[in-house]
Write a protein that binds this ligand. Structure first.
Ligand code: ZN
Length: 225
């Protein structure tokens, strides 16, 4: 099916690339439109300039082919201390505006509290009501957050959807490299999970689970068929 509208919700600049980068290119290649909604600038809690982070996000998304990048400017690393309604509101507004068929959001068991708040807010924003309910909602994983959650079954990331990114992995890595010139570079040295080598290894390790050379994995939260 072509011409789907896709919304990727991320707490911080770089979440979209780490979680969905290769899949975003697959969507665009088949004629879908993609909007990336970033809830925080990713640096206010670290007292850095926000503009380098935002321009890195624009560059990274441009490398993936995404033109529609929106910033909400909620406070970084503080979403869990805000009324959830304030996190829900901008996501719900984007859904009203875009009427997306597919929404990608964070995993509820991530170590990062902003990710968990974005998951909870997205779940409310995609309630299946109204004339254009979201058809598919999926959670994505983010390196150094999803695997660093507590070892509790309830928090586990249990992927059920695998997207083959063998042909788009180079674009994902190139987009991730755009975050090298940020406040505290988001691109770390191997063996950090946020190194370019680890991004490739993770994609390969995820891929072989499903007989693919490289993949991104998702938990299907809801599908309306
Ligand atoms: Zn994040």
């Amino acid at each position: 099916m072509t011409g789907r509208r896709v919304l990727v919700v991320g707490a911080h600049p770089d979440d979209e690339v780490l979680g969905v980068g290769g899949t975003i290119v697959r969507h665009l290649d088949r004629g879908d439109s993609v909007c990336v909604l970033l809830m925080t600038d990713g640096v206010t809690a670290r007292h850095g300039e926000t503009e380098p982070q935002k321009s890195a996000a624009r560059r990274a998304c441009a490398l993936l082919g995404v033109e529609d990048v929106r910033f909400v400017d909620l406070p970084d690393q503080r979403l869990d201390g805000m009324p959830l309604l304030e996190v829900i509101r901008p996501i719900a507004a984007a859904i009203r505006d875009l009427e997306p068929h597919v929404v990608y959001t964070h995993h509820r068991g991530d170590a990062n509290q902003d990710h968990r708040a974005v998951f909870a807010a997205t779940l409310v924003a995609v309630r299946p009501c109204g004339e254009h309910p979201v058809e598919r909602v999926l959670s994505y994983e983010v390196a150094s957050s999803t695997e660093w959650g507590p070892p509790c079954p309830d928090w586990a990331f249990l992927p059920s959807v695998f997207v083959n990114i063998a042909k788009t992995l180079d674009a994902k890595v190139a987009a991730f490299e755009a975050y090298r010139q940020t406040f505290e570079s988001e691109v770390r040295c191997f063996p950090h999970p946020r190194s370019t080598e680890a991004v490739r290894i993770r994609a390969q390790a995820t891929g072989v689970v499903a007989g693919m050379a490289a993949a991104e994995a998702f938990m299907l939260i809801r599908a309306l068929v």
